[in-house]
Structures are given as C-alpha cells and as structure tokens.
Ligand binder design. Structure first.
Ligand code: ZN
Length: 122
C-alpha cells in the first residue's frame, strides 16, 4: 500500500472506523448477538414473549423478523468486509487487488474503503 500517502491512509482508516461503528449500532437495533459465535441474527424488538403474546403482537413480531433477518444478514456481511479491510490495514496488505495484486486507486477506496479488488476485477 505504498501508493497511498499517510494522510490518505488515515482518512480511509477513519472511514472504516466510522462505518464499523454505525454498522454495530444498526445491528444492535435490528438484531441480537449470539454470545457463543459472536454472529448477529435478525430479531424482533421483543421476542421473549413470542409464545405467550396475543396473536396481534405475535404477527407484529413475525413481520419484524421478515424484515430484520435479511437486513441483519446484509449488515453483518458488510461488517465482515469492513473488519477484513481493517485487518489488511494492520497487516500492510490493504489497497491491493485480491485478483491481480495491483494497487487499488485511492478514488475507489475513498468510495468504498472496504474494496478488495480494483475496478477491473470488481
Ligand atoms: Zn485487479
């Protein structure tokens, strides 16, 4: 990642940090974390009462799940990408195309700091 200046790298790191924080927030809002695996899954706001709730509440909860499960899966996928990019930054392999090994332009990284490939191999 020699093609990136110190200040460019700093800006990209800040962008990754910010995105990571907002993803965590959204995940906490729409999902719950499995304590054993550390993975998130979609949940309704109050699923503890699912079995005893009256039918209207139960229906609301199911509706929430229908929306939240795929949403959380999407958020979690993005979070893994962001975390992988943060790891590459630590390891010094950040900003290198996974396919060709070429340097990824700053413009592209600025648009998507978690990008794993150059535009050509996207
Ligand atoms: Zn490439």
């Amino acid at each position: 990642m020699k093609h990136l200046t110190e200040s460019e790298l700093e800006a990209l790191r800040a962008a990754l940090d910010a995105e990571h924080a907002s993803l965590q927030e959204e995940l906490a809002m729409y999902g719950k974390k499995d304590v054993t695996t550390g993975e998130w899954e979609g949940s309704s706001a109050d699923e503890t009462t699912m079995e005893e709730a009256d039918p209207t509440d139960a229906a609301d909860q199911i509706e929430e799940l229908i929306v939240n499960v795929p949403l959380v899966a999407e958020l979690q996928k993005r979070m893994h990408e962001v975390e992988a990019a943060m790891t590459r930054m630590e390891e010094g392999s950040y900003g290198i195309c996974e396919v060709s090994g070429e340097e990824i332009d700053f413009d592209r990284l600025e648009a998507n700091p978690a990008a794993k490939t150059c535009v050509e191999h996207a």
